[in-house]
Design a binder for this molecule. Structure first.
Ligand SMILES: [Zn+2]
Length: 387
C-alpha cells in the first residue's frame, strides 16, 4: 500500500471513530439527544472541503445538512444520502459511544447503521472535491435526520424540489447493490369490550380476550396469503404485531385493548390496498364472531417499497465501480425500508449501498469491517465518476 492510500485510510478510520463517538440517538428513543452535534460536525467537515454547506432545520434542533460539489458544465446531479441518527444506546450501554477496533472491525452504536456509510461518503466527497477532473455530474451530499423513526429528513428533502437525477442511499448492504426493498404501513387496532368488577367477570366483556381471539384468527387467515405473495428480490409480504396494551387494573375487566401492526409492503404494493384487504378480513371475522367489536385507526406511518430497474444509469455506474474496486458486483434486494422510498416517491432513481451487515444493525453487538468501509469510499467515488 502506498503512503497516500495508507494516509487516506487512516483519515477514514479516524472520521468513523469520531462519528460513532458522537451521540446521535433519535429522540424517538427515550433520552435520545438527536442529530444537532453530528450535524455540526458534518457541516464543519464539508465546509473544510470548501464546499457550500446548508443546514435546514427539519425538526427543532434537528437539521439536515447538505454540501454540494458543483462541476462546471455538468447538467446532472448525483445525491449521496446518509442518515445522521442511530437507534438507542440501550443494548450497548455507554460503551456504544466508545468505538473500539479489534481484528480490523470497528464496534459501536451506529458503526454499520449507518456511520460507516456516512464516513465513506464524506471520504469520497473529499477525494472528488480535491480532484474533480473528469467528473461528469454534480455531487450533492445529504446528511439526513430522523431515518430511524419517520424518515422526516429524507421526506423534507424530497419535497423541497431540489433537482436530483439519482441517489445512492448509504445503509449496510455488505457492499451489494440493493435495487429493491420493502415498504411498510403501521397502524393501531382496538378491540372494544365492557368493563366490570373482576369478581364477577361474566358481567363484562373482556377486550383482551377479544384481542387474543382476533390475533389468532387474523394469523390463520393472513399468514398463508402473505406467504404466497413473494417478490423475487425481497421475499414475501409480512405482518407483525409489535405492541399490545390493554386494561387498567387487575381487578377490572378491561374495556379496551390496542395493538400496533407493522405490515411490510412489497415493491409496487399500495398501502391502501393492504389496509383494504385487512379491513375485509376483519369484517369477515366479525361476522363469524358476533360480539367482537374492532376499530382501526388511520396509519401513523406509511412508506412505499423500492424497485429500481437494473438498467438504470446509477445501477450501471455502481456495477462498474464495484467491478473496478472489488472485482465483483452483485445486485440484490432487502426486506428493510430506507430513505430511498422517500426519494423514489419524488421521482429520483435510487439504489441502496454501503458497508456492513444489516444483521448487526440495532443489536448489542454492532460492528463494521474496516476493509468494507475503505472499499465503500472508493466505490462511492468511482460510481460518481462513472455516472
Ligand atoms: Zn440505517
Amino acid at each position: 500500500m502506498d503512503a497516500t492510500v495508507a494516509q487516506r485510510n487512516d483519515a477514514l478510520v479516524q472520521l468513523l471513530r469520531d462519528l460513532v463517538a458522537i451521540d446521535s440517538v433519535n429522540p424517538y428513543f427515550p433520552g435520545g439527544r438527536g442529530e444537532a452535534e453530528i450535524a455540526s460536525y458534518v457541516a464543519d467537515y464539508c465546509a473544510g472541503l470548501g464546499l457550500p454547506v446548508r443546514r435546514q432545520e427539519i425538526l427543532p434542533g434537528r437539521p439536515n445538512v447538505t454540501a454540494e460539489l458543483i462541476v462546471p458544465g455538468a447538467t446532472r446531479t448525483l445525491l449521496l444520502d446518509s442518515h445522521l441518527d442511530t437507534v438507542s444506546l440501550d443494548q450497548m450501554g455507554p460503551a456504544g459511544l466508545r468505538p473500539t477496533i479489534r481484528d480490523g472491525v470497528l464496534t459501536g452504536r451506529g458503526a454499520c447503521d449507518t456511520k460507516a456509510s456516512l464516513a465513506a461518503m464524506l471520504t469520497a466527497l473529499t477525494a472528488l472535491a480535491r480532484n474533480p477532473a473528469g467528473l461528469g455530474c454534480n455531487v450533492l451530499f445529504l446528511g439526513s435526520v430522523d431515518e430511524e423513526y419517520l424518515m422526516r429528513g429524507a421526506e423534507a428533502f424530497a419535497r423541497s424540489g431540489v433537482h436530483v437525477d439519482a441517489a445512492i442511499v448509504g445503509e449496510p448492504t455488505c457492499l451489494e447493490i440493493v435495487v429493491a426493498h420493502k415498504g411498510f404501513v403501521r397502524w393501531r387496532l382496538h378491540t372494544l369490550g365492557r368493563a366490570a368488577h373482576s369478581s364477577d367477570p361474566g358481567l363484562g366483556d373482556n377486550a383482551i380476550y377479544q384481542m387474543a381471539d382476533l390475533i389468532r384468527l387474523l394469523r390463520a387467515e393472513l399468514d398463508p396469503r402473505y406467504r404466497q405473495r413473494v417478490h423475487p428480490l425481497v421475499g414475501p409480504a409480512t405482518w407483525s404485531v409489535g405492541k399490545i396494551a390493554g386494561g387498567s387494573s387487575v381487578n377490572i375487566v378491561p374495556d379496551s385493548c390496542t395493538i400496533e401492526i407493522d405490515r411490510r409492503l412489497l415493491p409496487g404494493e399500495r398501502s391502501a390496498d393492504a389496509l383494504a384487504e385487512f379491513d375485509a378480513v376483519i369484517a369477515e371475522i366479525c361476522q363469524r364472531q358476533p360480539g367482537l367489536r374492532v376499530r382501526r385507526e388511520e396509519p401513523f406511518a406509511d412508506v412505499a417499497g423500492l424497485e429500481t430497474p437494473a438498467s438504470a444509469p446509477i445501477v450501471r455506474a455502481l456495477e462498474v465501480a464495484c467491478g473496478t474496486v472489488r472485482g465483483e458486483a452483485k445486485i440484490t434486494g432487502v426486506p428493510y425500508g430506507t430513505n430511498a422510498s422517500k426519494f423514489a416517491a419524488a421521482g429520483i432513481t435510487c439504489v441502496v449501498f454501503g458497508p456492513g451487515d444489516v444483521a448487526r444493525a440495532h443489536t448489542a453487538d454492532e460492528f463494521v469491517p474496516l476493509d468494507e468501509v475503505v472499499a465503500a469510499a472508493a466505490i462511492y467515488e468511482a460510481a460518481a465518476r462513472a455516472f
